[in-house]
Design a protein around this ligand. Structure first.
Ligand SMILES: [Zn+2]
Length: 183
């Protein structure tokens, strides 16, 4: 195992089995059995458990076409995130720029937290939940996340709640927009 510090988002090309943890030892990115495949990592500190890969110039290969904005709310300069018990996982007070996030979210991998944060930010643009998910996915890809992390992030966020038909539909939409969660 060795440390990897990305001062900026990066693209890598690698093969074999790749396993990367974040610096709190939570899972971050795992992939296997592909030759010369490209993946991205956002800026940050990571621990490489396994993998043979080299850095190449950053390129974002996956893009999401966003729906037309439904809302034109003023976005505050900073968003404040506060830990607070919340059965809905997170809620945003848009005019204050305040997001209450349930403590359980901080136990999950970083990509879950980022998905949630960007989803809430999406509510400045959209009222439809699945559009906020697409907004979050688009932000995450631009930040250096991989499609599979977006899909898996939403799945983990939903895993302990009762699956409603609306939730299933949201998961399906993200599945279809992230190369079926495969890369
Ligand atoms: Zn929402």
């Amino acid at each position: 195992m060795y440390s990897l510090k990305n001062t900026t988002k990066c693209t890598f090309v690698g093969s074999g089995f790749i396993e990367i943890l974040d610096f709190e030892d939570k899972e971050f990115y795992t992939f296997e059995n592909l030759k010369d495949f490209k993946f991205n990592l956002p800026a940050g500190k990571f621990k490489v458990v396994s993998g043979n890969f080299t850095e190449i110039p950053f390129s974002q290969r996956n893009f999401i076409k966003l729906p037309k904005r439904e809302r034109f709310l003023k976005i505050p300069k900073t968003l404040k995130i506060v830990k607070r018990e919340n059965p809905m996982k997170a809620v945003i007070y848009k005019s204050e720029g305040l997001i209450y996030v349930d403590p359980s979210i901080f136990e999950l991998p970083q990509f879950c937290f980022d998905f949630l944060k960007y989803h809430e930010l999406g509510h400045y643009y959209y009222s439809t939940e699945s559009y906020c998910d697409l907004f979050a996915a688009s932000k995450m890809l631009a930040k250096g996340y991989n499609p599979s992390q977006i899909y898996y992030g939403l799945e983990l966020l939903c895993s302990d709640s009762v699956n409603t038909p609306e939730m299933d539909k949201r998961i399906d939409i993200i599945f279809n927009h992230t190369k079926n969660g495969t890369i």
